[in-house]
Design a protein around this ligand. Structure first.
Ligand SMILES: O=C(O)CCC(=O)C(=O)O
Ligand SMILES: [Fe+2]
Length: 211
């Protein structure tokens, strides 16, 4: 992977590295993720209000983000199979360290699968114990129209995220509102069956390190 080029989008703390993963790194990552989904298949969660997500999900790593009639939360097991999530691929731990510089490794990699009509409404990521730890997001496959705006609401900006792009919510942008308006079906042939994969890496628990 060549060193990522960082672009200033005007929202402090929102960091964007277009083309951070070259075609070979994307293919390797995709192969690893698809292999892990043999063990931890995609499933369609529902919101606490009972509405099914249009996105299908699974997780990698010691903890995974889940949503059901009870709550949004992190847990160690797949809600359908009851098995532990597959391990976090070392390539992702390395990318997290290189791009965020955060001292603790990621604990959760949420894998979002967007088929043709899937989307994700504007939201904040706030189910983590330490809301100062960054969120790192990797795009694979079809491009997506990503929307982002300040935590307090107001004007949002649209950004087209393509396969291999990486972005991060850090510092003052950690609680930025964001979502996916739509994907651009057929813009990439990377994902078998079509669509987009998003990998979102996070710390879930509070850091245990001493200061
Ligand atoms: O698919 C994306 O790029 C965003 C995913 C996201 O915001 C989330 O999983 O919290
Ligand atoms: Fe999010």
């Amino acid at each position: 992977m060549s060193p990522p080029h960082e672009i200033d989008t005007g929202l402090p703390g929102f960091r964007y590295w277009p083309g951070a993963l070259d075609a070979e790194a994307q293919a390797r990552l995709l192969t690893m993720v698809l292999a892990a989904t043999e063990q931890a298949p995609f499933y369609r969660p529902v919101t606490p209000g009972g509405r099914p997500f249009s996105v299908e999900m699974t997780n990698l790593g010691p903890l995974g983000w889940v949503s059901d009639r009870g709550s949004y939360r992190y847990q160690a097991t797949h809600p359908v199979t009851g098995a532990r999530w597959p391990p976090m691929p070392p390539q992702l731990i390395g990318l997290w360290a290189a791009l965020t510089g955060w001292p603790d490794p990621p604990e959760a990699c949420l894998v979002n699968l967007y088929r043709e009509t899937a989307r994700m409404g504007l939201h904040q990521d706030r189910d983590e114990a330490d809301l100062t730890a960054p969120v790192l997001s990797i795009s694979l496959g079809d491009a997506a129209m990503f929307r982002i705006g300040p935590a307090e609401g107001g004007r949002t900006t649209r950004l087209r995220l393509a396969s291999g792009d990486v972005c991060a919510l850090t510092g003052p942008a950690r609680l930025a509102r964001h979502g996916i308006d739509r994907i651009l079906p057929g813009s990439s042939g990377l994902v078998p069956g079509g669509g987009r994969l998003n990998l979102t890496l996070r710390r879930a628990t509070a850091a245990s390190r001493q200061s």
